[in-house]
Design a protein around this ligand. Sequence first.
Ligand SMILES: Nc1ncnc2c1ncn2[C@@H]1O[C@H](COP(=O)(O)OP(=O)(O)OP(=O)(O)O)[C@@H](O)[C@H]1O
Length: 247
Amino acid sequence: MHDAGASALLEAHVAAKTYLRPDGTATEAVRDLSLRLARGEFVCLLGPSGCGKTTTLRILTGLDRSFAGHISPEPAQLRIGIAFQEPRLLPWRTVEENIRLVLPKAQRGRDLSGLIARFGLEGHAARYPGELSLGLARRVSLARALAVEPDLLVLDEPFVSLDAQAAAELRRYVALAAAQKAMGVLMVTHNLREALELADRLVLLAPRPAHVVEEVRLDMPRAGRTMAWVEAERARLAARFALLRET
Ligand SMILES: Nc1ncnc2c1ncn2[C@@H]1O[C@H](COP(=O)(O)OP(=O)(O)OP(=O)(O)O)[C@@H](O)[C@H]1O
């Protein structure tokens, strides 16, 4: 299990993030949210629909820079791999080419067979995204995020809209990816069971504007998280936190 005293990979305080629409109306998406992620740690951000989870991820990864607050180190100083909910693969490129394209130019010729095999993609490397199921496309997107050997892996709702079997399969691959000890993982989900299967720590967010209402450390090693353990933990947390009753 992860060592709670390990060095920080990322520390952030988002004092405020407000979206302004052209018609002048404002939506305050985040207010006073503090988050610390250690190397090797797997943190799940959980919160109700529309509370500001994706906005928070975009800020922490440097995709959105118009906010009040600070992030240390600057996201540009970290190698970050992101797998969005939408796999965003280039349809005119094969699976292998899609993965290769994210590499820095000097590494484009690198042997990717180990990575491709690790994610069970050998039989799919020459296929095009249009031929893939959503579960498979998300797996390619995960492998692509890992190709850059990130310090931080960011996953935005990776299992949403998958059937139970495809979701379970992808969860196994996410767990495999998370076994890389030097990397931190930040995953957004609204599904408490998924979070309980994978995370070292749950960070519960309030309804919009997002801020942290509770943090829950999970000490059970990932390999010991049986369905019965997940269910018992889910019931215990749902009884304790009203925010989690719908998840
Ligand atoms: N580009 C934007 N312009 C205006 N408002 C936005 C924009 N992006 C998000 N919002 C609003 O900010 C709030 C937070 O959105 P965000 O997508 O971060 O929430 P979320 O928790 O990820 O939602 P979900 O659970 O539905 O994925 C919502 O009210 C949303 O409508």
